[in-house]
Design a protein around this ligand. Structure first.
Ligand SMILES: [Zn+2]
Length: 311
């Protein structure tokens, strides 16, 4: 394939976001000049199994190599799960075909390219730190906590532009910190996890129990705003209270320079108003200086973060 776009060569950053429905590839010119040189996707077709997923990745990498004229030496990968640093296998993926598989070793063998793998919350934090809202509004920030607050709850820590994975690969995974028994049992085997209290589905379930009606969190937030539905008001008060309690634990330990909140629950305005008052009440300090901001990159954060893994 002929591609006349200039800029391909050493210093390019190659990233792949390996999602449950699509696999997206991105080539950036460089970290300092992150012009997009290539961006395309293939379907994951996860129902066809793990070997098929690896084959789809290979297809995408060949498309990237055709565009660039040669293969990269390293590629960063965002995945829905975690690469266990000790065992070398994937864990905690909601694309369950990947769990228990030595994905890094298999990809390296298949592609002949060095692979860096991180979970999508780590990549979200890295992308917002290196390219998104933190880079634009808080360029001096050294420690960034990126939160995914949506269907699930996850998080990633970036220190001096590098993602921190931890001894067991679970650094930043605040979604399964204990928060409140009322959350009930979690798929992870524990109960009362942050994810069981303030994820979108957990709040929608709480509203359903209170009202007998099924509504989306967006609808519940609008009803609470207009003060017309006591169950909605109670649900949003629960979000506000427990958002502050859950995030205060992270701030007490890490004291980040900025917190970025992605995911559907992060679009609920009340988090940035009453939610901040709740956070202020719960941190171990007499004031709260920590900026808590919305992301800039949206769904693109995964693939950008993957590319910045090899910076
Ligand atoms: Zn859990």
């Amino acid at each position: 394939m002929n591609n006349l776009k200039s800029g391909f060569g050493l210093g390019n950053l190659w990233g792949i976001d390996l999602g449950g429905t699509k696999i997206e590839g991105l080539i950036l010119r460089s970290a300092d000049d992150p012009e997009v040189l290539f961006r395309d996707r293939v379907p994951t077709q996860a129902d066809k199994g793990y070997k098929h997923i690896i084959g789809q990745v290979e297809k995408l990498v060949n498309m990237m190599a055709d565009a660039a004229g040669s293969k990269a030496g390293r590629i960063g990968f965002a995945t829905p799960g975690i690469l266990d640093p000790k065992l070398g296998i994937m864990k905690n993926c909601n694309t369950v075909a990947m769990n228990g598989q030595p994905m890094k070793a298999d990809l390296e063998a298949q592609l002949g390219i060095q692979i860096e793998i991180a979970n999508d919350a780590d990549c979200f934090a890295l992308a917002e730190a290196q390219f998104g809202v933190v880079k634009q509004q808080f360029p001096e920030a050294g420690v960034v906590f990126g939160v995914i607050l949506g269907t699930g709850v996850g998080g990633g820590i970036v220190v001096n532009s590098k993602a921190i994975f931890g001894l067991q690969g679970i650094a930043g995974e605040w979604g399964h910190n204990y928060l409140d028994e009322s959350g009930g049992p979690c798929y992870c085997g524990k109960s009362g996890c942050v994810e069981k209290v303030i994820s979108g589905p957990a709040l929608e379930q709480y509203y359903f129990k209170e009202s007998g009606d099924k509504k989306t969190l967006k609808e519940i937030a609008a009803l609470a705003e207009s003060n017309s539905d006591p169950a909605a008001t109670k649900t949003i008060a629960r979000l506000v209270d427990f958002f502050g309690k859950a995030l205060s634990v992270v701030i007490n330990i890490l004291d980040p320079d900025v917190v970025v909140i992605g995911g559907g629950v992060g679009n609920v305005d009340v988090i940035y108003k009453a939610g901040m008052d709740s956070l202020r009440r719960n941190v171990f300090n007499n004031r709260l200086d920590t900026p808590v901001v919305r992301p800039l990159l949206g769904d693109s954060a995964g693939v950008y973060g993957a590319a910045f893994l090899v910076n």
